[in-house]
Design a binder for this molecule. Structure first.
Ligand code: NAP
Length: 257
């Protein structure tokens, strides 16, 4: 398949887990990528892997903190200068924490909202502007995919700040969809259930947690990052050209059990 031929894509949080797999999938199908996260060495590892396997410079890196407005502005300038256009944006960077509401400090609350929600606003605003302007020159399908969570649908235990932030992402995605449709830009979110990545590594070491996930998931197992990347790729591609303002739950059947 080459669904992303002549496609320029930015993926945030591309240094590991779901972002890495989404980057690999889009590159394998022809996209030119700009990989973003704070840790340059992680981005370099992913970009090298992609470029070596494709034997071309498909992936470039741009280390940035997506909660920092000036970093995001520099990212926007970089994409404009080096590529002049943008067709796909995957807002995937995110983090979690663990606390009951009664013990949760306001700093940790703010930190999670900043990483999971403010970043989606900042990056969508800055790169959405570029996508909207480019649509004047070339009218074609463009897509924003925000990575939300199952927890945005059903609040998880001891992750009240994370659950609230991901519910916000699902709703903000709909606002983006309504506002950007006039430029041919679709906006949708993906809500993964439990997926094996560095984010869940510690929790999954606890056998009780793993057993509970298996018991509570219709498919009886934890997800793999490539299984989320497949859905991100579909939504980002023009195969999903009539889909905007939607959230796609990819939870192995957690909500139905
Ligand atoms: N794994 C799951 O079970 C699961 C379930 C539902 C939703 N999700 C969501 O999926 C997304 C990807 O998570 P993952 O599971 O693949 O975990 P991960 O491997 O830890 O990926 C998170 C990525 O976000 C980047 N990041 C964090 N804060 C950042 C910031 N301020 N600026 C730029 N980049 C930042 C991290 O890189 P640096 O630290 O180098 O910046 C990393 O590349 C997240 O939004 C997460 O909430 C995951």
């Amino acid at each position: 398949m080459s669904r992303f031929k002549n496609t320029i894509a930015v993926i945030t949080g591309a240094g590991s887990g779901i972002g890495e797999m989404a980057a690999t999938r889009l590159a394998n199908e022809g996209a030119k990528l700009i990989l973003v996260s704070r840790t340059a060495s992680k981005l370099e590892r992913v970009a090298d892997k992609i470029n070596e396997s494709l034997k071309e410079q498909a992936a470039a890196i741009f280390p940035a903190d997506v909660t920092n407005e000036s970093d995001v502005n520099e990212l926007g300038q970089f994409v404009r200068r080096e590529y002049g256009d943008l067709h796909v944006l995957v807002n995937n960077a995110g983090e979690s924490g663990q606390s009951s509401i009664l013990e949760l400090g306001s700093e940790e609350w703010d930190q999670i909202q900043k990483t999971n929600t403010k970043s989606v606003f900042l990056v969508s605003k800055t790169l959405g502007k570029l996508m909207a302007e480019a649509s004047d020159t070339e009218s074609r399908d463009r897509s924003i995919v925000n990575v939300a969570s199952l927890s945005g649908h059903k609040a998880g235990a001891k992750i009240p700040h994370y659950s609230a932030s991901k519910a916000a992402v699902i709703n903000f995605t709909k606002a983006l969809a309504a506002e950007l449709a006039q430029y041919g830009i679709r906006s949708n979110s993906v809500s993964p259930g439990f997926v094996e990545t560095p984010l869940t590594e510690e929790g999954l070491k606890n056998q009780k947690v793993e057993e509970a996930i298996k018991r509570n998931t219709a498919l009886g197992r934890v997800g793999r990052p490539e299984e989320i990347a497949n859905i991100i790729a579909f939504i980002a591609s023009s195969e999903a050209s009539y889909m905007t303002g939607s959230d796609v739950l990819v939870d192995g059947g957690w909500l139905i059990t």
